[in-house]
Each structure stands twice: as C-alpha cells, then as structure tokens.
Design a protein around this ligand. Structure first.
Ligand SMILES: Cc1cc2nc3c(=O)[nH]c(=O)nc-3n(C[C@H](O)[C@H](O)[C@H](O)COP(=O)(O)OP(=O)(O)OC[C@H]3O[C@@H](n4cnc5c(N)ncnc54)[C@H](O)[C@@H]3O)c2cc1C
Length: 394
C-alpha cells in the first residue's frame, strides 16, 4: 500500500501528526504494532502543562501552549468528549529550602511573562479545599489543565481518519529501507511505500533508528501509577510536589549515561516526584516515579507506597482511601532531556517526533503539528532548531 507519508506509531504524537498531515491534504498511513493509544499515551496521568506564551516563546511554549489550543479545538470545535478542563495546578512546597527556590523560580517566570504564582497554603485551600494547610505554600498555575488520555488519543486517531488518514493497527514495523528515493516499510502485515516517513514510536524510537543505521538516543523510562475507587468530586486541579524540581535543580543526572530528571539510580531512590488528579469518573490517581530499567514495566510496590505517602502529605483525605489499581507505562526520555523533533541527518524525508519524556501527553499534539508542518512545507518552523536530531550526529 502506498501513501505520501507513513507515520510509525499511533500514540498521541503519531496521531496528531497524522491529523495535521491529513488536514493539509497529504495522504497518510499510520502503522501501529498494538492499538491506537495502547502504550504511554493511553496510560498517563492526563496532566497538561503550559504557563503562558511568555515574552519570547521557545519550543517549550509552542509545545505546551500550542497543544492546549489543539486540545481545546478537539473538544470544542471538532466535538470529541476528551474530558478536557483548564483546571489549574498546585505544586506543594514541603521545606524552607524548597520555598526559597520556588520563590526565585516564580519571580523569574513572572519577569519572563509566565503566569505562575506563589500562594500560601491558606490561599490555595480556597481554590482546592482538600490541600493540606501544613504545607509551606503552593505554586499555582491557572493555565495548566487535564484530559482523559485514552479518550484524547483515540479522538486524535478518529479525527485523523475523519480527515482522510488510514490507521493500520496490529501492524509492527520490522524494517525501514530506501530504494530509488522511495521509503519501503516492511511490517508484520506486508510492505508499505511512501515518499516520507515520520517515526513517532515513543520509547521504541531507538530500535526504529537502528533499522536505518541512525542513532535516536531515546531510553525507555518506566512510570507507574495507582488509583482509588471512584468517589464524589473532591480534587479539582492537578496536584504535584516541588520536592523533585528542587532535587533536580542541584542534581540533574542520576548517573552517567542516563537521561536527566529520574527518581532512581538503579534500585536506589534519589527523590520523590509526584503528579495526580481526580478523574471525571471519580478515581483519584497519582504517580511520579521514573526508573531507567529498560522495557521492564513490572510495578515496583515499594515505589507505589512511597508515592501514596507523598500524595497523602499534600491531600490528607487519601490516608483513608485504599489503593484499588496500579498500572505502568514507558516514557520516551532523550539522553539530553530535550525533545527530538525534525529530519534525521543523512536521511532525506525521514523524520522523527519523540523525546517528550514525562510530559508528552500535554506536548504531543503540538509536536505532531510542528512535524506535520515540516513535512508538508519542506521547511522547519524556527522553534524546531532546539529539537533538531542533528545535534546528536558525529
Ligand atoms: C505513568 C505515566 C504518567 C504520565 N503522565 C503524564 C502526564 O500527566 N502528562 C503528560 O503530558 N505526559 C505524561 N506522561 C508521558 C506521556 O504519556 C508520553 O510522553 C507520551 O504519551 C508519549 O507519546 P508518544 O506518542 O511519543 O509515545 P507512545 O504513546 O508510546 O506511542 C508510541 C507508539 O508507537 C508504537 N510502536 C513502537 N514501535 C513500533 C513498531 N516497530 N511498529 C509499529 N508501532 C510501533 C507503540 O506501540 C506505541 O503505540 C506519562 C507517562 C506515563 C508512563
């Protein structure tokens, strides 16, 4: 089967790429080894970033704020119920040292035109009544939001199909070769041909790179989550903790050769990271650990206990709520921590969109739009200079 463009991977990055390519009138086939949204994009916490465009937008703003606009469009214009809400977020401050660092960061952000605020616990509780008054304060962002990950990624897939794209599920890419200017993509269900290929294979991008002899330095980082049984609405924004940001401000890398901002070095915990929210269906969900242990998604029970303890410090109501379920997924962390979005060196018309790490749900729609724009116009948006894969070339 032929198309102008083949996209490998039907996570949020691949489905958004396909939607924007199809809307530009470009024939597009997405090849997915599982189902739409069967990996990280379907199991994440559903938190969306974005603290405004600032005075001088960088790639981060195009990815976060650009994505927020696309989430709004998907729900409000295209009519998909993705449970999107611009709910705001609260990040708890536990210690005096964290408070001093948070104050500096918030002032710097405000000077650069971003909408972060440092609030007392008392003020924060007026907006989010279950927050613990014993915290030293909270960093509040009013523009951050949330959406249901599975519904959203499937909606991007459906919208792409509606716009004319084809999505082939259960179709694993085994080899990618170029022959007479045409890309030949060999899969478990036959060979597909196209003028251009976009690799949107999340944590598996390195393996796809190997098929064409290019290093795509992505490591799979396992994240795990837990949830309570459903309960009536109690938590309205997304909830996090400043503990990990403070730790990473002093100690970014867990070890040589590992991506930045991990919670563990091997089995040893370095810091506690936290994110969570209450779903529309009522479950309170939390997670945060980031372990570099290959493709092994086995839940680490001790990590779940630490995470629940951390969440309970901020939301005391969790103390009496037992854990109902746990799950995990693989995040695509690049070796320098930054996104990899662009054309692969020495491989004309072979593109990649990945490295969205622990915030790829909130940044994937914008990333897909930017790579689709690059493929369609043959020229990269200036913001993509930061994410050029050529930075890893010898
Ligand atoms: C527990 C957890 C919580 C998270 N919380 C948040 C959050 O709150 N907010 C946020 O913004 N982000 C969050 N993230 C991160 C976010 O989920 C990811 O960054 C994002 O989903 C990555 O999207 P993707 O499309 O690049 O990758 P994926 O969703 O992994 O999609 C890649 C697809 O490629 C397919 N594929 C791979 N190899 C092949 C092949 N050979 N042939 C065909 N198909 C292939 C895979 O099957 C997969 O479906 C979280 C992640 C986890 C695991």
């Amino acid at each position: 089967m032929n198309a102008d463009v083949i996209v490998i991977g039907a996570g949020i990055a691949g489905c958004s790429t396909a939607l924007h390519l199809a809307e530009a009138g470009i024939s597009t086939i997405v090849l997915e080894k599982g189902e739409i949204s069967s990996e990280a994009s379907g199991v994440n916490m559903g938190g969306l970033g974005g603290v405004g465009w600032g005075h001088s937008p960088s790639l981060q703003e195009y990815l976060t704020m650009g994505s927020l606009n696309i989430f709004k469009r998907l729900q409000n214009e295209l009519g998909y119920d993705i449970e999107f809400r611009q709910s705001g977020s609260f990040t708890a401050i536990h210690t005096e040292a964290q408070h001093a660092y948070a104050k500096e960061r918030v002032l710097e952000a405000q000077n650069n035109g971003f909408n972060l605020e440092l609030m007392s616990a008392y003020e924060s509780r007026a907006l989010e009544p279950e927050l613990n008054l014993d915290m030293l304060g909270y960093v509040y962002s009013r523009s951050r939001g949330q959406a249901d990950p599975l519904k959203t990624t499937r909606a991007f897939g459906q919208a792409a199909i509606q716009a004319g794209a084809t999505i082939e599920t259960d179709t694993e890419v085994m080899a990618v070769k170029k022959s007479n200017g045409t890309w030949m993509v060999e899969t478990s269900r036959g060979v597909y041909e196209s003028d251009a290929v976009v690799v949107a294979a999340g944590a598996w991008c390195k393996l796809l790179g190997k098929m064409v002899g290019v290093e795509i330095p992505i490591e799979p980082v396992v994240g795990q989550m837990w949830s309570t049984e459903p309960l009536p609405p109690r938590i309205f924004g997304t909830i996090g903790s400043f503990e990990s940001s403070f730790h990473w401000s002093e100690d970014l890398y867990a070890g040589a050769g590992s991506p930045p901002e991990l919670t563990h070095l091997g089995t040893q915990r370095l810091t506690r990271h936290l994110y969570g929210r209450q779903r529309k269906s009522g479950e309170i969900i939390f997670g945060g650990d980031r372990r570099d242990v290959g493709f092994d998604k086995t839940i680490e029970d001790a990590g779940i206990d630490v995470n629940k303890g951390h969440a309970t410090e901020i939301l005391p109501l969790l103390a009496d709520l037992p854990i109902a379920t746990t799950w995990s997924g693989l995040m695509p962390f690049s070796i320098d921590g930054h996104p990899i979005i662009g054309e692969l060196p020495y491989n004309e018309n072979l593109f990649v969109v990945t490295g969205l790490a622990s915030s790829g749900f909130g940044r994937g729609p914008g990333a897909g739009m930017l790579i689709a724009d690059f493929v369609a116009r043959g020229a990269a948006h200036p913001a993509l200079t930061e994410s050029d894969p050529a930075r890893f070339a010898d």
